[in-house]
Design a protein around this ligand. Structure first.
Ligand SMILES: [Zn+2]
Length: 184
């Protein structure tokens, strides 16, 4: 499988469209109570759980790594203040995975303007080209696309969001997170 754009080399500073910036998520951890949390489009000055100001910014990778560990730990540890948060997140991920698995769509669910733009990338009406589409369950009107283009044997990912496509490469397919940010 060949990708037109590798995730590793994707230059977000150059290509991140202004329209998606307000969706950016901030990730934090607390030095005092050890909880992690995320804020959409918001900056935290204090711990969401204990109000401590000893908090640190996390990268998205760090956040999900810590969260994964915490969810695993929680199966045996006492109920902590963050457990509810974590289990909600876990349920979310499970829901999304099942959503993704059950809701495999083709290009026909795309809005008209997304179809028009899609024809710049691929002749979607040609059945030799394969287009899988997943709507973002959390962000209305946002769609993840994986396109196989027969004529040059290329597979690539697109993100339709607010009237434009971004060339991206999803870590997993179907995408399992509902956060728009995960697409990057
Ligand atoms: Zn705290």
């Amino acid at each position: 499988m060949k990708h037109i754009k590798k995730f590793e080399t994707f230059d977000f500073t150059q290509t991140l469209p202004v329209t998606t910036k307000n969706f950016l998520t901030n990730f934090y951890s607390c030095d005092d109570c050890d909880e992690v949390w995320k804020e959409f489009n918001k900056v935290s000055n204090k711990c969401k759980f204990c109000q401590s100001e000893q908090i640190e910014d996390l990268s998205e990778d760090e956040f999900y790594e810590i969260q994964k560990t915490k969810i695993e730990d929680n199966q045996t540890s006492n109920i902590g203040s963050g457990r509810m948060e974590d289990s909600e997140e876990l349920v979310d991920l499970v829901n999304m995975r099942s959503l993704s698995e059950s809701n495999s769509y083709d290009y026909t669910i795309l809005p008209q303007e997304a179809l028009v733009e899609l024809s710049d990338y691929v002749d979607y009406r040609n059945p030799e080209n394969r287009i899988e589409v997943y709507p973002d369950p959390k962000v209305d009107g946002t769609f993840a696309l994986r396109v196989f283009r027969k004529k040059d044997g290329v597979t690539f990912d697109l993100l339709w969001n607010r009237g434009a496509y971004d060339g991206v490469e999803f870590d997993s397919w179907p995408p399992v997170s509902g956060d728009l940010k995960f697409f990057f």
